[in-house]
Design a binder for this molecule. Sequence first.
Ligand SMILES: [Zn+2]
Length: 254
Amino acid sequence: MDYTLSDILKNTPISAPSQIWVGDSLILAEQVTLFLQEKLCSYNTCSVCISCSYIRQRNHQSILWIRPEKGYVLEDLHLVFSLLSFVRDTTDPFYFIFEKAETLTPACTNALLKSIEEPPTGYHFIFCTYHLSSLLTTLQSRCHVVRHKTQENDNTINRELFDLFTQKEMPSLSYFCKMVESSALSEHSLKLLCIDLLNFWTKQYLAAHHNNVPQDCAHAQQAIKALSALLENPIMPGSAPLLAKNLFLDFFLK
Ligand SMILES: [Zn+2]
């Protein structure tokens, strides 16, 4: 599912305690700040009260911003765990914001998994990242993914899909489906993606043909056939995710 900031602020399903926000880091920082003001300001996100000022200065007592120098290390999490040991209630929420979640090491991620899956009452986690795919799938599966629709974001999704469709080996189908479902893949993006892929696979075919590698020729031909079939017909509004899944099956399962 895709949520825009206004959906999030309207408090829709996204009250999930553990979330991954995907987008450009500067934009996310601002959106997280607004989100926190919405949650913690008593005057309707006024931006001028003491609470809003503390949030904007990153000084608020109910928020821990965790931004590593290089990447997160286990020591960065000590404060998280000690804070989690305090009992809170839902009217007194606390937010942990990981600003560069893509730099969480597997050890850090694993240490956090249990707390993320079922945070103690009142605690919330927000993981910000530009690249969803750089987070461990164990983290992704325990969080609600919120994609922020920006131009950069669109490019990120297309880059990730391009990488998947240029592999010879079949990528994980469940990972692929999750990525497509959580992305804001538009008809236009899908079309551009197919054109880029068609270019790529035509070159691969010519190279394989030139080097006389029948197996590679066959895979490239299969790819070209699937892409041409998709591009031959107009892409109906809203159908891009389904078409991307069909393309995946045509690429890797036939
Ligand atoms: Zn305020």
